[in-house]
Design a protein around this ligand. Sequence first.
Ligand code: ADP
Ligand code: MG
Ligand code: MG
Ligand code: MG
Length: 400
Amino acid sequence: MSKYHPLSEAEAIEIARSFAEVFPTGEELVSREIGDGNLNLVFHITQPATGRSLIVKQALPYVKIIGDSWPLSLDRARIEGEALIKQGELAPGLVPVVYRSDADMALTIMEDLSDHVIMRKGLIEGGVYPDFAEHLAEFLSRTLFFTSDLGMNQQDKKVQLGRFINPDLCKITEDFVLNFPYYDAESNNIEPYLRDAAEAVWRDEELLLEAAKLREKFLTHAQALLHGDLHTGSIFVTPASTKVIDPEFAYYGPMGFDIGAIVANLLLNYAGQEHWSPNEADRRDRRAYLLSTITELWTRFERKFRALWDAHGVDKRFDLPGYQDDYMKRLLQDTIGFAGAKALRRVYGLAQVADIATIPDREARERAQRLALAIARNLIVSNRSASSIEDVVRIAETAA
Ligand code: ADP
Ligand code: MG
Ligand code: MG
Ligand code: MG
């Protein structure tokens, strides 16, 4: 079982059976392929007699949606496994337990989190996650700090960086997030009624310049080991638990890209409340909850990150007065800029989000799209003058 081929359900069951710590008894196992993405198979293996289960995720060598015409390196499965294991060491309890990572077969065999809900779905259904900001602040502060030149041996970091070279997946971001939305690219998925809004972006020189600078930062700024795809579809939640999954885009990049991804997805749901809230009062409450989650996330992140720096900083040169404050300001600005970029591409790029795209009423959907686009634009153009997370709240509340 070491030469790569896509697994059948029977083979996935055979592999699962060897995990005696999960399935100590011999009763029958059943498999269901539950992947909802375009790049991977996800087998949910259960033992009905005992209620025990695990997940077998396998990378495919091509993008599923268009057959095998778009190849994608299987090395991302090794990267996903290594990233999950590292994240689990740095932020215990906030990622699934990995039972085995098999680079040859592009497999990650891990804890079944089916008792959680994917956060995007939970938010659409009006869920409230009181511990989410704390958990994500813990995850982000620890995974980013301890993989950066602030918090780890700087020569080891260069070696680590080499284990997370992820050109195919980075290119997806470089193209679909940081390039195609900014011109009339073929892959854009523009509803005819939004064409004017997309064309306005392509003429907006201030916006195009800032977006190009964000793209440069994503290409060049190997600041820390990122998750790389930290949208609300990559987070499993319950009111009391948070688990980050799916780090196949992991690479050494700018920290603000990960934090910004979460902010963007909370704001996309904010925009989607044009439809998901049944009335004005609920809409106001729901949006206040989403904005307070953003504020809490940043505030807690910043507090934790500074505390880690004070306790575990490895470079005395960075103890100069004012250095940490300036660093945190730049990190907030990156977060805001990337939040804008991550939100903008979801409005008319190839891959959209259910928070907006599934709104059945055309007019409500258009209002949500235009609102998301206005917020995204303002985040991008103002990112380098931002000084507080309150700037994000103000931009969301005043966008129209
Ligand atoms: P992709 O990279 O293809 O997006 P994901 O890792 O996001 O793959 O998994 C796709 C879906 O499979 C998730 O949305 C979730 O429904 C299910 N899934 C993935 N990992 C787990 C897990 N550990 N436990 C339960 N379900 C999972
Ligand atoms: Mg998916
Ligand atoms: Mg996913
Ligand atoms: Mg994925």
